[in-house]
Design a protein around this ligand. Structure first.
Ligand code: BDR
Ligand code: CA
Length: 313
């Protein structure tokens, strides 16, 4: 298997943080070119800080981290401290990071990297609102066709919304950005709530992670222990859903996942359904398929992979 070059665009968030750890622990699969911060779960000043703290937790401080957009393209920022805690990493706050934040803006970094690297060799892994990516595509349209693929956590269809009755958080925060990305023509793999709500940290899985007894595993277990309360109260679920790590696991072992290639459009007009990702599951429109919509995963093998990789850190 070839090593894929990726840029991770993220708004940590505990599940983003675990996704970053999984990527760092998988050098035989992924080369992380850089990590860009976006405003989302918490404001940008906190997301860029959290990325650097997570890299240092993993002993991976040679990576370059960039701050991108501090608010959605057209809207006021909506954050999610009620789920992730004030810092975004509630449950286990990390030491203040020492590694520097790069001077280059995250959007410029994305544009420059896509221009510099050979065409079709860089995959964008998006774990938050799509503001940085859509801004890069708007500012430098020529980089669109240079992008190999976008693997994103975002959206929901049969599972409906987690922030409104119809919208998932990452899409809801910046629906205009999501619309630009879904209309860009780039191959998209979407990991919506339909699949991420099946990646649950049940008690046994939590115990297996804790049993690694490493500093990293303790932090991970504290994070999932912290934010599972929200999903258990809201959905009666069996544990914290690991939304964003699904993106990285998909890159490492795509056979864990299954889905359908179909058309997805983003609602940006209706107040009632703002940010809805409308998936043409039955092919009842003549709209061109633009997305691989992932709807299922082998959850036991997913947690097996995650736990084994975390053990390396
Ligand atoms: C998404 O929103 C955030 O709260 C999580 O980090 C994830 O990316 C789930 O809706
Ligand atoms: Ca996220």
């Amino acid at each position: 298997m070839t090593i894929r070059k990726i840029i991770i665009d993220t708004d940590p968030g505990q599940d983003d943080a675990i996704a970053i750890l999984l990527a760092i622990a998988s050098p035989e699969n992924l080369e992380i070119l850089g990590i860009t911060a976006v405003a989302g779960n918490v404001p940008l000043s906190q997301t860029q800080h959290n990325i650097r703290a997570v890299c240092e937790l993993a002993g991976f401080d040679a990576i370059n981290v960039y701050a991108g957009c501090n608010k959605p393209m057209l809207r006021t920022l909506a954050t999610a401290e009620h789920i992730h805690g004030k810092t975004g990493l509630g449950g286990a706050d990390l030491p203040c990071p020492q590694m520097p934040l790069q001077d280059t803006h995250g959007v410029d970094y994305i544009i420059n990297t896509l221009r510099k690297e050979p065409q079709d060799t860089v995959t964008l892994c998006t774990l938050g609102p799509l503001t940085n990516i859509a801004t890069a595509f708007t500012r430098a349209p020529s980089v669109v066709r240079r992008t190999q693929e976008i693997i994103m956590m975002g959206g929901a269809y049969f599972e409906v919304g987690n922030v409104t009755p119809t919208a998932e958080f990452n899409i809801f925060v910046d629906p205009e950005a999501a619309k630009i990305v879904f209309n860009s023509g780039i191959p998209i793999v979407m990991l919506p709530l339909d699949v991420t709500h099946k990646a649950l940290v049940t008690e046994n899985r939590q115990t297996a992670i804790q049993a690694l007894e490493t500093p990293v595993s303790k932090v991970v277990a504290n994070w999932t222990g912290f934010y599972e309360r929200f999903d258990i109260e809201k959905y009666g679920s069996l544990g914290a859903p690991l939304h964003d790590p699904c993106v990285i696991a998909y890159l490492i072992q795509p056979s864990l996942f299954s889905g359908r290639f179909l058309n997805v459009e983003i609602e940006t007009q209706s107040d009632l359904t703002m940010g809805m990702s409308v998936a043409d599951w039955w092919g009842v429109t003549n709209r061109t398929p633009n997305t691989k919509f992932i709807s299922d995963l082998n959850d036991n093998d997913f947690f097996d992979l995650l736990t084994k990789r975390l053990a390396r850190l």
